[in-house]
Design a binder for this molecule. Structure first.
Ligand code: M6R
Length: 609
């Protein structure tokens, strides 16, 4: 997730672009840049880090001109360096881009073969070169962009300038957001409404497959160049509402962003035809996969719960002995680890100190380290032998939600990849899993819409509970732990996540009529036993909530309330069972009036002992 902005008008464009980027900084903040038409040339300024660094560079060396594009980056290809920052230039062309170009490896090869010099690691620079080649072949900018779009697979919102046509910006969209603004003698584009609100309330939403040319007016066309008439809409949001896209908290916004975050994370990685995972970017070879003797997952907090799904999945799909270790307990204890071990370090931030130190210790003893991280170029990916990034975009709420589900997606993809290479997962079964995973974003969207109100009602009913129990077996056990962690960290209610089979070994003593017990009982290989847990809890007068498969009358009978999720393969249930746990926790905290996005005593990234 990145933010783009563009301006054509009489003001100094660099000022408008910087101001717009400030309002888009929530979409990415590892580097930023602008390109402005100055005289007959395009000039750029780029800076690593927060926007204030770009601001400083523009103060020291201003750009004066009325047409420009800007970008704030959340890295997906290549580390957050100045050379990887947007805009990217090729000949007379400058491009900013939000999204992921899936076929970037093939395009890079092709462009290098044609003699292009590619200076960055980004997919975006390739777009700039493609447009440049078309312009060199005699096309005007609009036609050159149109021809380039034919070559792109993946998601993009792009804004393009050319020195040869100084008064205009050409934009295009597919799967990434882009809104156009129509002001008094000025036109704008941006990834999101807040960037434009101080300038105009008249907005046009570009649809997938559409392009537009911005000069004194806005002209929208389809891919064939046919003009599309669309009236501007009046948007009367306050800037704060706009930043959270109308949601009350970032956490709720991020819960609802999960289908999009998963789509971005899965994009280009599922090989549906062969039942496999495209793994070029992981950097582990087939030989590496075969040589692994043991997999050790290391992580903290929510990432540890995602890693726990890996313990089940790697064992069952790839048949490799698998351990799960809290990074804080692994480090410093001189664990037995070494050659033949693959350590999978899971961390949203990629900076968690315990996970970083634990992974370094394992590497020093001869283990290979695979990092699953969300922040490109952060410390753990940098020290790791191989990296498999999630593409959730920046997560602002301290309580992790969309990053958890994208971590689970990467872990499942890694397990399939490993199983295929080790011959323990046959093609048909892998195809089923890959197909099922491809459908998850859609199903998750359905669960979000379908369970939101019931979760809010239940949260209202139990807002004053002193204790809450979450129970689950197999792949629902990590989700029970995650549900309990979400509830305690944002609502400050004491919550326990337990392996359901352990209930009778102790926690059952906690149960009475004041305790809500949330039992995850989807149709899976533990279903019958989960049903017994529901019965046991109800018999002790607990307030029983089942999260179960739609139409499950047995589960409904033995619970007070049932939250339904669609039937999916067992390996995919975590993506759906986690949603009601997140929503329930969110609404309890909201009704209690706690600081949902910045709960007390917690920090987003824990880089201290
Ligand atoms: O950045 P990481 O994934 O390494 O962070 C690990 C934990 O600090 C983090 O998951 C924490 O538990 C969150 N507050 C959970 O919502």
């Amino acid at each position: 997730m990145c933010g783009i902005v563009g301006y054509v008008g009489a003001e100094n464009s660099a000022d408008v672009l910087l101001d717009g980027l400030k309002r888009l900084e929530y979409r990415g903040y590892d580097s930023a840049g602008v390109a402005v038409h100055v005289g007959g040339n395009i000039q750029i300024r780029r800076a690593v880090g927060k926007l204030r660094n770009l601001e400083k560079s523009l103060r020291e060396s201003p750009l004066v001109g009325g047409v420009g594009i800007g970008h704030t980056r959340w890295a997906t290809h290549g580390r957050p360096t100045e050379v990887n920052a947007h805009p990217h230039i090729a000949g007379p062309v400058a491009v900013v881009h939000n999204g992921i170009i899936e076929n970037h490896l093939a395009l890079r090869k092709e462009l290098v073969a044609k003699g292009c010099t590619i200076s960055s690691d980004t997919d975006t620079e390739l777009v700039a070169h493609l447009v440049h080649l078309e312009v060199d072949a005699g096309k005007d900018l609009e036609s050159a962009v149109r021809a380039t779009l034919e070559r792109l697979e993946g998601a993009y919102a792009i804004a393009v300038l050319s020195e040869k046509e100084p008064g205009k910006i050409v934009v295009a969209k597919h799967s990434s957001p882009l809104v156009l603004g129509v002001g008094e003698g000025a036109t704008y584009c941006a990834s999101d409404i807040p960037a434009l609100l101080p300038y105009t309330n008249e907005m046009i939403f570009l649809e997938d497959g559409e392009m537009a040319v911005l000069d004194e007016t806005v002209r929208i066309t389809d891919r064939e160049g046919k003009t599309i008439e669309r009236e501007a809409q009046r948007i009367d949001w306050s800037p704060v509402m706009a930043e959270k896209a109308g949601y009350k908290h970032f956490m709720l916004k991020e819960i609802f962003e999960q289908p999009r975050a998963l789509e971005d994370t899965l994009r280009g990685r599922l090989d549906r035809e062969n039942g496999d995972i495209n793994s070029d970017e992981i950097g582990l070879t087939d030989e590496d996969a075969k040589a692994i003797k043991r997999v050790i997952f290391l992580a903290c907090g929510t990432s540890n719960h995602a890693a726990m799904t890996g313990r089940y999945l790697v064992e069952s799909l790839a048949r490799v002995p698998t351990l799960l270790e809290l990074a804080s307990e692994f480090r410093g204890r001189d664990a037995v680890v070494g050659e033949g071990d693959l350590v999978v370090a899971v961390s949203q931030s990629g900076e968690t100190l315990d996970t970083l130190i634990a992974a370094k210790e394992a590497k020093a003893k001869g283990a290979k380290v695979l990092s699953i991280a969300n922040v490109i170029g952060s410390a753990i990916p940098r020290m790791a032998d191989a990296v498999f990034y999630t593409h959730a975009g920046p997560e602002i709420g301290v309580a992790s939600t969309k990053c958890f589900s994208t971590q689970c997606a990467n872990i499942l993809m890694f397990s399939i990849w490993l199983g295929r290479r080790r011959g323990t997962l046959d093609e048909n079964r892998a195809k089923e899993l890959v197909e099922g995973l491809a459908r998850i974003p859609q199903l998750m969207g359905d669960v979000l819409q379908g369970t939101r109100q019931l979760c809010a009602n239940l949260a209202r009913r139990y807002v004053n509970a002193r204790d809450v129990l979450f129970l689950g077996r197999g792949l629902s056990y990590p989700i029970a732990l995650e549900g309990a962690l979400k509830l305690k960290e944002i609502s400050y209610i004491h919550a326990e996540g337990y392996a359901a089979g352990e209930m009778k070994h102790g926690p059952i003593a906690l149960i009475d009529s004041s305790v809500p017990v949330i039992v995850l009982a989807p149709h899976d290989s533990s279903y019958e036993r989960s049903l017994s847990n529901l019965q046991e809890a109800k018999a002790r007068e607990a307030q029983v909530i089942a999260i179960a498969t739609e139409g499950d009358e047995e589960a409904r009978e033995v619970s007070h309330d049932m939250i339904e999720i669609p039937r999916v393969l067992e390996e995919l249930t975590p993506f759906l069972t986690v949603v009601p746990c997140q929503l329930y926790s969110y609404y309890v905290a909201d009704f209690k009036g706690t600081d949902v996005d910045q709960p007390r005593n917690l920090a987003k990234t824990v880089t201290v002992e």
